[in-house]
Design a protein around this ligand. Sequence first.
Ligand code: BGC
Length: 813
Amino acid sequence: MKQFPYVSRHATRLGHKAPLLAAIVAILLAAGLVSSSLTRTPAVASTSGSTPAYLDSSAPVQARVADLLGRMTLPEKIGQMVQIEQSQVTDTSSNCTSQGGFNLPNPVCEQKIFVNDNVGSILAGGSDVPIDTTGKGGPGNTGEDWANEYNTMQSYAISHSRLHIPVIFGVDAVHGFGHPFQAPLFPQSIGMGATWDPSAAQAGGQVTASALAATGWNWDFAPVQDIARDNRWGRYYETWSEEPALAAAMGAANVAGLQTANTGSPLKVTATVKHFAGYSESINGHDRVQAELPLRYLQDTFLPSYAGAIDAGAGTVMVDSGSVNGIPATASHYLLTTLLRDRMGFKGVVISDYGDVPALATTYHVAADLAGAAALAINAGVDVAMLPFNADQWQTAVQQDVANGSISSNRINQAVSRVLTLKFQLGLFDHPMVDAGKADAAVDSGRDVTLKAAQESITLLRNQKNVLPLSPSAHIVVTGPSADSMTNQLGGWSVAWQGVFGSGHVCCMGPPNQIPPGTTVLKGLQAGDPNVTYAADQQAAVNDATSADAVVVAVGEKAYAEGLGDNPAPALPDDQKALISALEATGKPVIVVVIAGRPLGLGPAENAAGLLMAYQGSTEAGAAVADVIFGKVNPSGKLPVTWPSDAATPGGDFNTGAPSPLGDQPKVFDQLPYTGSGPGSGYNPLYPFAYGLSYTTFATSGLSATSGVSRNGKVTATFTVKNTGGKAGTDIVPLYVHQPVSLVLVPSQRLVGFARVTLDPGQSKTVQVTFPVSELAVTPGDIDGTSPPQVETGAYQVQIGTPATLTADFTIH
Ligand code: BGC
């Protein structure tokens, strides 16, 4: 059996609670280290009488950084360049090497890690959760527990370290703060992409930031700016879209929400643009397998998505865990310095992904040992290694590198300055403690914002004879494996790394069965209609269908994350296809609700009367699905990706049509990975990019555009959208650019912007979409393709519709 390299990642043992926990908590409470009213620590203070400049909150950040840097020893600096998993601090033994566990911070390990090893940053891995620290009983893993764990470690580090430098705590809050079990969670990013609503991504960022700031875990490893080009990859759902312009717009808004939210806490949050660069494009759809990316494809298609979020001011960037063109990204000076810093102008902190600096020696074998690996990574541009184990080895390795000149002191100072700058900017020196008593309320808020995002994400793909919406008094049979599964609708990075440990979990790890509060599809439909019944199996569903008006069958995928979610042929499983076929055979209208992180081969669902894509819409997905099914919400989601078909393609000789000895082939295999609409692709997907129906109809007319523009200029397209149907609704209009003649191959339509227009029946609005022509830059040259992208001069056209139904010419001079 294949050994997964992932099983040790983020693994959290179902550790026991210390029998003397209550006593320990009492001691900590008495010491003021775990307190719901602790808002500041007096620990950040000078021991010499006069306050050093770096502790003067009114001094400019640059001056504070310079002052502090000047006081630091080499080991103190090296400690700022590493992140350690929190489980090592909560290890119950004095080894402090635990790779998972539910415990309180252990003072022996705090001393070792924060004082002896000078560690400057802590990571909560995907399945790490704190235990109950409130003394109220219960399973732990509440917002207050997170805040208490933070306060305990932070106050120890500040009071015991020589210079009282606060630690920065990092966590993957990729669709809301997914660790504490009570938080409302947003649709996974692929569902957010279907909203085409940057304000939803911004609001999501704000809700997440409030939860993070309230608990102190303010280094968020989000957003993912990789683009969705291969749905075999198990992290596809973490991306916004296959199109860089949509991904960039959503990522930029999300960063703004995370970093500028008014959270009510003096601590600010930093976003992380990840995984730089090209992580989503492994050669075979498997996670962390090499990417072979022609530089033209890397520069013109992948970088713009990262650039959107970086230009929005993201404080940190995380490195791609894979290799690109034969060089591990973690060791790539070209990616991390030439492109990211010199060309894209990124000024913040670069962190490696999990374990990737040691992996340069142990997995990639481009270095002999950790010292060699650290030198490669740091010289390439990594400022912080998410090590995440054994900080003493890190100290030894990097000290050795500095002593023998493999890493210069200047480079160390540069990296540490960036880390300190971030810490000052986030308020960690001035307001390091959080009020744990407020954390639960902050973590639990934002459910209305989450519901709105889920509603906007639902994408109506089929509505034969207007079967939808259903009447709220219709007799509906609800069935299918995802009908009543919070686990499935949440997906990965929800309470635990591979998804909340509950029915249908793909793996074996995770904390206790803490299913977050929310609404499943069944509960949502039951709340909207008294005549909804549930059928637990196929036979019951078929029997019940005979007396029903319609059947709603929720199918799709189980929760998954890195590695375990890779799938060579993503499709509905055979038993789900059989269920749908059996229900369709009853002759009753069948509404298929797909709950999945990616487009799946649909089999008989391609012919269902109604077909809704609900993505992994998370805690409020069931309410959102019900709102659309009953017409309370008019669906407006549009696919952020192309949806392949798995209808059988007659096999045979391409030219003669002679039968193939292999027989007919499922088309889904022909259509993977993404082949897009590039010239000559002949791609004929089931549903094209940006597809999605409404309960009303729209007409777009009168497209015009700025006629002439320089290479540094902007084009404004103007057009009118009218609601020509009988219901209020929202239309999303993608705007493409077509370049009739270009010197290098470009897709026949490139997405450059979009409009989102809400209209009453009969109402029309004239809207403008403006885009910088720099979005059209392409890598010039016919051989090496290494030059920076440039905008070609000449004739262009803005287009609406695929194929275009409206066009307007413009020229770039
Ligand atoms: C993932 C990152 C994540 C990190 C920390 C890694 O395995 O690739 O996306 O931020 O773990 O949890």
